[in-house]
Design a protein. Structure first.
Length: 179
C-alpha cells in the first residue's frame, strides 16, 4: 500500500491520473459512470507497476470487444489484458535467432540477450529499442564479480570485554583483595 506522501508526489499524481483515464474508458462502456476518488486510488494501487497507459487502454478495448455478458472490467482484467498484449509482442524464436546472428551474439551470450530482449518488450519497448538494450546487456560480463562478504564483528563475552582477561588478572583483583 502506498503512503500519502507518494500520492502527493509527481509519480503518484501520474498514476492516479492514468487510473482515472482507464476507469473513464471502462465507464464509457457502461453509460459514462463516474468513479469516486476512492475507486480511482484503489484501482491505481492494484494496477501492475510496469503498466503503460497505451497497453492498459488497449487491454480495455480488447476486453469489451469480446465481452458479451455486460460484465464490468476490473483491475485484474486490465492487468491480465496487459500481460496478454505483451505476450503477443514477444518475437518468435526464429526472429530472435536472426536478430542475434545480425548482432554477432555467440552462444555464451545468447541467454543474456534473450532474457533482456523479452524483459524490455514486456516493459512496453519496441522491438528495435529492446534489441539495442539486449545487445548492450549481452556485451557485459556474464557473471559479475561476487560482492565481498561483510566483516564479522568479533564475538566478545562478558568476561574480558573492555578489561584484561580473567586469566591475566591477579586473584586479589578478582575477589577484592580478601585472599
Amino acid at each position: 500500500m502506498r503512503t500519502e506522501e507518494y500520492w502527493k508526489s509527481p509519480q503518484g499524481a501520474v498514476l492516479e491520473r492514468d487510473a482515472q483515464t482507464i476507469l473513464a474508458r471502462i465507464g464509457a462502456y457502461h453509460g459514462n459512470a463516474v468513479p469516486s476518488p476512492l475507486q480511482v486510488r484503489a484501482f491505481a494501487e492494484a494496477l501492475r507497476p510496469d503498466y503503460t497507459l497505451t497497453d492498459a487502454i488497449d487491454a480495455v478495448t480488447a476486453f469489451y470487444a469480446g465481452n458479451n455478458k455486460g460484465r464490468w472490467m476490473q483491475v485484474g482484467d486490465v492487468n491480465a489484458g496487459i500481460r496478454a498484449i505483451r505476450k503477443t509482442r514477444i518475437p518468435e524464436n526464429a526472429l530472435i535467432g536472426e536478430l542475434m546472428d545480425r548482432a554477432g551474439i555467440d552462444s555464451d551470450h545468447a541467454i543474456t540477450y534473450r532474457r533482456r530482449l523479452i524483459k524490455a518488450i514486456g516493459e512496453g519497448r519496441s522491438l528495435d529499442q529492446a534489441h539495442a538494450l539486449a545487445v548492450e546487456a549481452s556485451q557485459r560480463l556474464i557473471i559479475e564479480a561476487p560482492k565481498p562478504k561483510p566483516k564479522r564483528r568479533p564475538v566478545r563475552h562478558f568476561i574480558g570485554h573492555g578489561q584484561a582477561k580473567a586469566g591475566d588478572m591477579r586473584l586479589e583483583d578478582m575477589i577484592g583483595g580478601a585472599a
